[in-house]
Design a binder for this molecule. Structure first.
Ligand code: GLN
Length: 455
C-alpha cells in the first residue's frame, strides 16, 4: 500500500485520481495485517485498489467527475466496494472518469483529462504528445497501467471498461448484466451499466470479479446464480472450443493493423486447439445508433435527480425553478447536456415511437443475433476498438467520430453479454491494442479462460 501511495505522489501529472485516500488505505492495510497475523485469510487481503469515482463510498466524496456533485459525501457504500473490502481489499483513492461515465477518452471530467502513461516524453521528462487513456474508466486504466493501483474497479455501459483497457494494455472484463450489483453506483443508463475489474492479468481479473459479483436483493436486476471460482477456470485448455468470428465486424475503413491483430488472435486460439467458425451477427450495424438512443434516454431520466435539492451543488435563483435551471446549467458539462437533450427528445411524445421504441426493437434483434450465433460457437473473438489510443485534442469537436470508437463494444451491452478485453499486441506506433472475447450469459469463466490463452 505504501509503495502505491508513493508512486501516486510521484505521478500526479497523469491526473488518474480525483481524490487520494491514504488514511483509509493505511487503516485498511493495517487491519488486513492484524487479521492475517491472527490466521484469518481473505481472498484480497491487503491488495491496494483504485475505485472509479462512480462508486459511492461511505464517508468519502463521490463526484462522478461532475461539478453537480460538488460536496456530495455518500452516507452508504456501494455493494461492489462493500464486497471488495469484505474480502480484504484496500482503497487507495477515487479514480477519474468521464463526467457521469459519458465518453470514450476521459476528456469530459470536471477534474480535467487523464493522460495515458503511454504518452511519449522528451529527455527532460515533458510530454511531447498527450495520449488519451480511453474512457470512461480512463483513471482506472491509467492507474493500473502506471502501477498506481494493483487493480481498479470500472463500469461499462457501452465499452467503458474494455476500450480503455485496450488503449493502455491491461485486462478488463464487463460481466453479464445482473452479475454485479449496481446498487450504490451512480447511474448512467440503468439497463446497460455493469461494474467489472480492470487489472494487469486475467488471473487478477478473475480473483477481483469473484469478490465483486453476486446476487444483491437491493438491485432488482441482480440475478441469483452462483459465482464460480473464475481463477480455477484458467487452465489453458481450450481444445474443442468453437470461436465465432463475426463477419459483420470487418467494418469499412478498419486499419490493417487491427485486421492483422485479429487474425493473429485467431491463429493463437487455433494453435491452442480451438476451432474458428465464421458467424453472422446481421444487425451489428444498427447497434451503435440504437445505443446512442437508449443510453441518452435512460441518462436523461436518471440525471433528473440532480436538481440542487437532493445532492451536491446548488446555484441560487429568484425562485425554485430558476434555482433548478441555474444549478443544472452550471453543474453539467457540455457532453452531459448533449446526452440529456438527445434523451429527452427521443422520449418525447411524438418521437418516442420513431426513436426510442424503434431502438428497443433493434436491441431485441441484436440480442437474438447473439443467441443464434451461440448455437454455432462458444465464444466470439473481435477487436476491442477500431484504433489505438489517439491524442488529447483529436476527435474532440466531433461527437460522432468519438461515438464510433464504441462500434465493437456496445453490442455486448445491448445484449447484456460478458465481454473481456485482453492486451494482444502493439500498433505501428508502438501503442497497445486489445482483442475482445464475448461469451454466453453468465459464462465469464470461459471468456476469462480464452483471454488467458491470448495474454
Ligand atoms: N463511450 C460510451 C459512451 O460515451 C460508453 C460509456 C460507458 O461505457 N460508460 O456512452
Amino acid at each position: 500500500t505504501q509503495a502505491h501511495l508513493d508512486a501516486m505522489a510521484a505521478t500526479k501529472e497523469l491526473n488518474a485520481y480525483i481524490i487520494e485516500t491514504p488514511d483509509v488505505a493505511l487503516k485498511q492495510a493495517a487491519d488486513a495485517d492484524a487479521r492475517y497475523a491472527k490466521g484469518e485469510q481473505r481472498a484480497l487481503d491487503g491488495l491496494p485498489l483504485g475505485i472509479k469515482d462512480l462508486f459511492c463510498t461511505e464517508g468519502v466524496q463521490t463526484t462522478a467527475a461532475s461539478h453537480i456533485l460538488d460536496g456530495f459525501v455518500p452516507p452508504y457504500e456501494s455493494t461492489v466496494t462493500t464486497q471488495l473490502f469484505r474480502d480484504g481489499a484496500v482503497m487507495l483513492g477515487k479514480l477519474n472518469l468521464d463526467e457521469f461515465a459519458m465518453g470514450s477518452a476521459n476528456i469530459t471530467s470536471h477534474y480535467g483529462p487523464v493522460i495515458s502513461p503511454w504518452s511519449p516524453k522528451d529527455e527532460a521528462g515533458n510530454f511531447t504528445r498527450k495520449l488519451v487513456p480511453g474512457g470512461s474508466s480512463g483513471g482506472s486504466a491509467a492507474a493500473v497501467a502506471a502501477r498506481l493501483a494493483l487493480g481498479a474497479t470500472g463500469t461499462d455501459t457501452g465499452g467503458s471498461i474494455r476500450q480503455p483497457a485496450s488503449f493502455v494494455g491491461i485486462v478488463g472484463i464487463k460481466p453479464t448484466y445482473g452479475r454485479c450489483s449496481r446498487w450504490g453506483i451512480v447511474a448512467f443508463a440503468s439497463s446497460l451499466d455493469q461494474a467489472g475489474p480492470m487489472t494487469r492479468t486475467v488471473k487478477d481479473a478473475a480473483l477481483m470479479l469473484r469478490s465483486m459479483a453476486g446476487y444483491d436483493p437491493k438491485d432488482s436486476t441482480s440475478i441469483d446464480v452462483p459465482v464460480p471460482d473464475y481463477a480455477a477456470a484458467l487452465t489453458g485448455d481450450i481444445r474443442g472450443l468453437r470461436v465465432g468470428i463475426p463477419k459483420e465486424y470487418r467494418v469499412d475503413g478498419m486499419p490493417a493493423e487491427i485486421e492483422k491483430l485479429w487474425q493473429q488472435g485467431i491463429e493463437w486460439l487455433k494453435a491452442a486447439g480451438a476451432t474458428p467458425v465464421e458467424i453472422s451477427l446481421p444487425h451489428t450495424k444498427y447497434a451503435l445508433p440504437a445505443y446512442y438512443i437508449v443510453a441518452p434516454a435512460e441518462a436523461s431520466s436518471n440525471l433528473a435527480r440532480y436538481d440542487g435539492v437532493r445532492f451536491g451543488l446548488r446555484v441560487e435563483g429568484k425562485d425554485l425553478k430558476e434555482m433548478y435551471e441555474n444549478t443544472r446549467a452550471e453543474g453539467f458539462g457540455a457532453e452531459v447536456k448533449r446526452r440529456i437533450m438527445i434523451g429527452t427528445y427521443v422520449l418525447s411524445a411524438g418521437y418516442y415511437d420513431a426513436y426510442y421504441l424503434k431502438a428497443q426493437k433493434v436491441r431485441a434483434r441484436i440480442a437474438e443475433d447473439f443467441t443464434k450465433a451461440y448455437e454455432l460457437c462458444d465464444v466470439i473473438l473481435t477487436p476491442t476498438a477500431p484504433s489505438a489510443a489517439f491524442g488529447i485534442g483529436e476527435k474532440m469537436d466531433d461527437p460522432i467520430a468519438m461515438y464510433l470508437n464504441d462500434v465493437f463494444t456496445v453490442p455486448a451491452n445491448l445484449a447484456g453479454l460478458p465481454g473481456l478485453s485482453v492486451p494482444a499486441g502493439l500498433s505501428g506506433e508502438g501503442l497497445p491494442l486489445g482483442l475482445q472475447v464475448l461469451g454466453r450469459p453468465f459464462d465469464e469463466a470461459t471468456v476469462l479462460k480464452v483471454g488467458h490463452v491470448i495474454e
